[in-house]
Design a binder for this molecule. Structure first.
Ligand SMILES: Cc1cc2nc3c(=O)[nH]c(=O)nc-3n(C[C@H](O)[C@H](O)[C@H](O)COP(=O)(O)O)c2cc1C
Length: 337
């Protein structure tokens, strides 16, 4: 058992989830040897191009871990192929009342109802401007009003390599009390005239047929509207009595089977051209491989980092490089761009 699992993880898990999250973010602010701590394998076979952005490996950090965009440099040095900061909104948000994260350790899952706490776009942009840009970094954005989304995008885009539009958060009203399709179409039209960098759209998960139709319609609108890629998916809405607000988004292992299914269904619907990032329950190199086989170009990880610690990067990249070595293939040529 490594040092992290023997010593560090028990300390983190002795804290309430949000306390552990704050501690992790404080540690990321220290000048520690992050490359060695993550231990990601550097191997040309792992390199992949995502919407024109060259990545050292296909393992990204999902949105929500670095909500202030203060530690994307340390997270890049840890070995993520790219790291998504935020979600950021135009105005600062305090988020929902606490407790707003519950761990379900046996299931390798969590439920959160953070409600997008963040410092607001101007502050996040200043943070990004003074943070070393060590590896590919994206900003996740989500505003309910069109003009706010355009303003957030304009303020953040100069400081990142791409923007991820969060069209899927279960903890804010985006998507529940409006005409989603018209909103996404209008937003992409306006952004199309302004943006200079790749734009990804993060979609909600689906299980029931009616949800499937809604999400596939959003996926088609995203691609027709010029999005450079999709992220499938976000957390699944569930009730949880441990949360102050009573409902939140389920993340982690419990999502994995759905992630593979959703990626392959979206891939089948849209054809090979649009890159898809698989997100939800990725914990092992076999998981990454399953997502790539289902049609993903990259994966994104959040809960796997919480439960497996920073060495998850070594496990994912080494396991993937070994598997590719056995089949004598690289990712760069096989992945859709
Ligand atoms: C505590 C927490 C906060 C999150 N915050 C965000 C967020 O701000 N924006 C977003 O797009 N996704 C957010 N997510 C969702 C993750 O990005 C990811 O889509 C989801 O957790 C599934 O991946 P995982 O199973 O690897 O965690 C959050 C997840 C957790 C656990």
């Amino acid at each position: 058992m490594g040092l992290y699992r023997a010593v560090v993880q028990p300390l983190f898990f002795a804290l309430p989830p949000e306390g552990a999250h704050h501690l992790a973010n404080r540690l990321l602010g220290l000048p520690l040897p992050w490359e060695r701590i993550g231990g990601a394998r550097a191997d040309p076979a792992l390199e992949v191009t995502l919407a024109g952005i060259r990545l050292a490996n296909p393992v990204g950090l999902a949105a929500g871990f670095d909500k202030t965009c203060a530690h994307l440099d340390a997270l890049g040095r840890l070995g993520f192929g790219y790291a998504v900061g935020g979600t950021i909104t135009r105005a600062p948000r305090a988020g929902n009342p606490k407790p707003r994260i519950v761990r379900h350790r046996v299931r390798g899952s969590m439920v959160n109802a953070m409600g997008l706490p963040n410092p607001g776009a101007e502050v996040a942009a200043r943070t990004l401007a003074r943070t070393p840009h060590v590896g590919p970094r994206f900003a996740s954005i989500a505003d309910e009003a069109l003009e706010d989304a355009l303003a957030t995008h304009a303020v953040l885009e100069p400081h990142v390599d791409a923007i991820e539009l969060n069209a899927s958060c279960p903890n804010v009203s985006w998507g529940r009390d409006r005409d989603n399709e018209a909103h996404l179409r209008g937003l992409l039209r306006e952004l199309g005239a302004r943006r200079t960098k790749p734009l990804f759209v993060k979609l909600p998960p689906f299980r029931a047929q009616v949800e499937r139709e809604v999400v596939l319609a959003l996926a088609r609108i995203a691609v027709e509207g010029g999005a450079d890629g999709l992220v499938c998916s976000n957390t699944r809405p569930v009730a949880d009595a441990g949360l102050a607000v009573g409902t939140g988004g389920l993340s982690g292992r419990a999502l994995f089977d759905d992630t593979v299914r959703i990626v392959s269904e979206v891939r089948a619907e849209l054809g090979a051209a649009v890159p898809i990032s698989a997100c939800g329950g990725v914990f092992t190199a076999e998981d990454v491989l399953a997502c790539l086989r289902a049609g993903a170009t990259t994966v994104q990880v959040y809960t796997g980092l919480v439960y497996r610690g920073p060495r998850v990067l070594r496990e994912l990249t080494s396991g993937l490089a070994d598997a590719l070595g056995r089949t004598a293939t690289g990712l760069g040529s096989s992945a859709a761009e």
